[in-house]
Design a protein around this ligand. Structure first.
Ligand SMILES: *Cc1c(COP(=O)(O)O)cnc(C)c1O
Length: 459
């Protein structure tokens, strides 16, 4: 059975690759027509293999093609084949990462990745980390460690003080959501203003902490972002570290989007001072081309990980030391192997190869910014050292433009808002893209606008 299904998998994948080649952007299905357009129903009785393959083929062909070189809609993209190979093997093996007994050498695969990344961040042997189910959950783990470090008993007593935390107005929404999840509350999040580039204002941060202390709040956590979700801006970690030290607060670097600059000689200055932070996260499924999800969270002092996340479970932890039983430091119990796909990619192209991915994405963003600044009909909202290229074209409402491009299956790109502006947010996150493909994006969009001008400018 598995042999036949693997052959079928190969056939289906080849059919998909061919379809992606011909039609990189698939015709979307209107959400309210979905269940008419695709047969998704489940029944009492099963079906023959051939009918199942047919259903699956239909479903695969109608699904958005996020791995093509015309997908610029989100902060992930491309398809690194060696990473796909590793992920497919992880599915075949189906280990759970909680114990050495059931994950064996896969524990070492994860530990090697964590060790190397800790080294790149500048952390010592005292540090450790884990792989979380995404950047939002990496942030959650950092916030829980900060809460527990603030007061050890809090894990037992619950939150009783008016604890406050600090992040920029441009941070990812998971910070506020996590504040709610961890019992601190959304109202205790202080959104510090940013400059015009989206960088948190350090004076305002310091003043807000002092003000809160005077009013009886207890500040415990500062989040800085390495690559804000919309503008791709980097907060100054070293300056935030000085403020965190002065007030004895935990400092976390949310590097979900662009923390991967630690791989680049040329761009690692953007996270200068990272080694001073108490925790650091980076999504390999964003800049590093690994399939969803692969999010790494590191703690400078590994004791915080076990303090906050270990639980005794006699039914589970029956062999080997805690250092090899990764369930002692993870958020989940059963946990899929998100390490292997990143390891196969890293093993195949080396640390230098990962550096090239990062550098190329910044290069592609430069190509895009250059094109925009050389063409009159555009307005650019982005700055250098960012892989988010935000722009508007010919005064066309970006919401309208992005939706029309999607509905007509021309291009997948989204829009964003920063301060008073809304614009197209074009992300050069797919390192497989060539310079020409970036130019072609603009040409395709311009042609589309020319052909649909009345629809886009009318209301
Ligand atoms: C994408 C992103 C996150 C969330 O990561 P997920 O893996 O999508 O949960 C957090 N912070 C920033 C800055 C991001 O860009």
């Amino acid at each position: 059975m598995i042999k036949e299904d693997l052959i079928k998998f190969k056939e289906l994948s080849e059919a998909l690759l061919e379809a992606e080649n011909k039609e990189p952007v698939v015709e979307p299905i209107e959400a309210n027509r979905l269940f008419e357009a695709v047969d998704l129903s489940l029944h009492e009785e099963g079906m023959s293999d051939d009918s199942l393959y047919e259903s699956l083929h239909d479903l695969v062909m109608k699904t958005p093609r996020t791995a093509t070189r015309q997908f610029f809609n989100q902060l992930f993209g491309g398809r690194k084949s060696k990473a796909v190979l590793g992920d497919l093997m992880a599915v075949m093996l189906n280990n759970s990462m909680y114990t050495y007994k059931v994950a064996g050498p896969m524990v070492g695969v994860e530990k090697e990745i964590l060790k190397q990344i800790a080294h790149l961040v500048g952390y010592s042997e005292e540090s450790d980390g884990t792989i979380a189910p995404g950047g939002s959950m990496s942030n959650f783990m950092a916030m829980v460690m900060a809460r527990d470090a603030f007061k050890k008993e809090i894990r037992y007593t619950g939150v009783t003080e008016k604890m406050t935390l600090y992040t920029s107005a441009a941070c990812h929404y998971s910070i506020a959501k996590n504040a709610a999840l961890m019992g601190v509350g959304r109202e205790q999040v202080r959104f510090i203003p940013t400059d015009e580039k989206g960088v948190m204002l350090m004076d305002a941060l310091d003043q807000q902490i002092v003000k809160d202390q005077a009013e009886g709040f207890v500040p415990f956590f500062i989040n800085v972002t390495a690559g804000t979700t919309v503008m791709g801006a980097f907060d100054p970690i070293d300056e935030a570290a000085a403020i965190a030290k002065k007030h004895k607060l935990w400092l976390h670097v949310d590097g979900a989007y662009c923390g991967a600059v630690i791989f680049s000689e040329k761009y690692k200055h953007l996270v200068k001072g990272a080694e001073l932070a108490d925790s650091f996260s980076v999504n390999a499924h964003k800049m590093l081309g690994t399939p969803l999800t692969c999010s790494i969270i590191l703690a400078k002092d590994k004791r915080h990980l076990s303090d906050s996340f270990s639980s005794d479970a006699r039914y589970l932890y029956q062999t080997d030391g805690d250092d090899y039983n990764l369930g002692k430091t993870s958020l989940q119990c059963g946990r899929r192997n998100d390490a292997l796909k990143f390891w196969t990619l890293w093993k195949s192209i080396g640390t230098k190869g990962l550096e090239n991915l990062v550098d190329h994405q910044f290069h592609l963003a430069e190509v895009a910014r250059k094109y925009i600044s050389e063409h009159e009909d555009y307005k650019l909202y982005s700055y250098g050292d960012s892989i988010s290229v935000c722009f508007n074209y010919k005064n066309i409402a970006p919401e309208k433009l992005c939706t029309a491009l999607y509905e007509k299956a021309a291009l997948m790109v989204g829009y964003g808002t920063f301060q008073a502006d809304t614009f197209v947010r074009f992300v050069t996150i797919n390192a497989d893209n060539s310079d020409q493909e970036i130019i072609d994006f603009f040409k395709t969009m311009e042609k589309f606008v020319a052909e649909n001008e009345s629809m886009l400018t009318g209301d």
